[in-house]
Every structure is written in C-alpha cells, then in structure tokens.
Design a protein around this ligand. Structure first.
Ligand SMILES: [Zn+2]
Length: 198
C-alpha cells in the first residue's frame, strides 16, 4: 500500500478541531447548544481534513486537492456548511444564524491549521490563488500520524499545546457564556415574590 505524503506530520489532532467546533456552537446559543447543532458544528470543524486522504494519490504538496488545499479555503466554507445544512437541517435552511454557526465552525479549521507549526500552509484563496498561508505566530504543533515510537512523545507534546492554547480558552468561553446567560434569568425571576417576603 502506498504511504500518504508527509504521513508523519500532517495535521493538528482531532481534539483541537473538535474543541473549536463545539465552542463555536456554544457561542451561538444561550446555554447548552442543542446536540444536533453541536454535532454538526463539530463535524464542520473536522470536515476540511477529509483531504488528508488524498495523500494516497501522490499529489504534489502545493496541489489544490492536496492536504490543506481547496477544502481548507474560504470558498469551501459555505459549501461544507451547506452540505451539513442539507444533511441535518433541511427544514431550517432559512435560518442565517445556523448558517453562520456552521460557517464559523468550518472556518475555524483553516485558521487553526494556519496557527499550527509544521506541515504545509493553508490555501485560503484556492482555487483562485495557490499561495499557502501560515500565521505569524504558531503556538500549536502538528500531530504526528501514525502514533509509534518517538512519535508518541511528539503527539503528547502537540496535545499539550492544544490543551493550553485551545482547551483553556474554550473552557473560559463556555463558562463565561454559561454565567452570562444564567445570571439575568435569576435576576429577572426571583424564586420568591417580594410581597411574600414578610
Ligand atoms: Zn486541516
């Protein structure tokens, strides 16, 4: 069997993208996001990496269909989000908020990849411009695949960078949103009416 190109260092772990997708879905909802929306947003945040499998096709690194190519571009965002809208929310196609939620989750993928040290840049403007872009600051590390030997140590290190730079902010955002939406409700609806206090 052919080995995919750059097999040993191709993408951030699935954890980072999963966290991003779930956090986006939480940011678009009061309280806990509906399970189906959280699932769809997470799937959107992971979907661009389907191009990882083109590694078996032996495409050159800068090819539009190669990893971090066209599926990671801005043009792919509405297409991928639209696929999940059609698959899971056919009766809610006219809800711009839901489109935005899934679009933002999809967009988060390319942004995180650009924020990741190692691997190739992201073709944000594919198929119109082939340039691969990376962020000036790359605090995350790509995860090695497959996991074996010393690569396991690398994987754990990459995972640690994701927990620090993605896990903590995600936790803060989710907790902040929870507090923000919980508090006014308590303020507006006292458990005991004032006139009965006496
Ligand atoms: Zn990716």
């Amino acid at each position: 069997m052919r080995t995919p190109q750059a097999l040993s260092h191709v993408m951030p772990s699935l954890l980072g993208h999963t966290l991003a997708g779930f956090t986006v879905s939480a940011a678009f909802h009061r309280g806990r996001p509906p399970f189906r929306v959280a699932l769809a947003a997470t799937a959107c945040a992971l979907a661009p990496d389907l191009d990882w499998f083109t590694g078996w096709a032996g495409l050159s690194e800068g090819h539009d269909l190669a990893h971090r190519g066209i599926s990671h571009g801005l043009a792919a965002v509405p297409i991928l989000a639209g696929c999940f809208m059609l698959l899971l929310f056919r009766k809610r196609l006219k809800e711009p908020r839901l489109w935005l939620c899934l679009g933002a989750a999809t967009l988060s993928h390319g942004l995180l990849d650009a924020w990741t040290f190692g691997g190739t840049g992201v073709a944000f403007l594919a198929p119109f411009i082939d340039t691969r872009y990376t962020a000036a600051w790359q605090p995350l590390f790509v995860s090695p695949l497959p996991l074996s030997g010393h690569l396991l140590e690398w994987f754990l290190f990459a995972l640690a960078t994701e927990l620090v730079w993605l896990g903590l902010p995600a936790l803060l955002i989710i907790e902040g949103l929870k507090r923000r939406f919980d508090r006014p409700q308590l303020d507006r609806e006292p458990l005991v009416p004032r006139e009965t206090d006496a």
